[in-house]
Design a binder for this molecule. Structure first.
Ligand code: ZN
Length: 131
């Protein structure tokens, strides 16, 4: 059973892809939209300031287990996204999803199948990291 929302999104993207039908255009847009996601996150730190990045080298004990790593390693982020930055980042991630889905369409790949495949891989990996 396919996920209806995923398939509807993929169909809508297909209908909207009038201007960018070339694989070259879509590949360029995938890269550009990914860079815009990163830029919007950086702007939440450097322009707005609602988030801060505090990164340094972590010292990890030699006997640390995978479970220990979860508490030893962090995101290096502090603060909370303001509504403006949240909106910007969500918009850029949405555009990025649009072009990734457009890439799926051109390559005749099903987005939902990719979600399922990736989710299964993550579940296998989780099984190893929690033991
Ligand atoms: Zn902000």
């Amino acid at each position: 059973m396919k996920d209806l929302l995923c398939d509807q999104f993929q169909n809508t993207v297909s209908e909207m892809m009038l201007c960018h039908r070339s694989i070259l255009d879509v590949l360029a847009k995938v890269q550009e939209s990914g860079a815009r996601v990163q830029r919007s996150v950086v702007q939440s730190v450097t322009s707005c300031g609602c988030q801060k990045i505090n990164a340094n080298k972590k010292s990890i004990p030699e006997d640390a287990t995978l479970v220990d790593l979860k508490s030893l390693l962090d995101s290096h982020l502090s603060g909370e996204l303001c509504s403006h930055c949240r909106e910007n980042i969500e918009t850029e991630i949405g555009r990025s999803l649009f072009y990734m889905t457009a890439l799926c369409n051109l390559l005749d790949l099903n987005l939902y199948d990719i979600f399922i495949k990736e989710h299964k891989q993550l579940e296998i990996l989780r099984g190893y990291t929690l033991t």
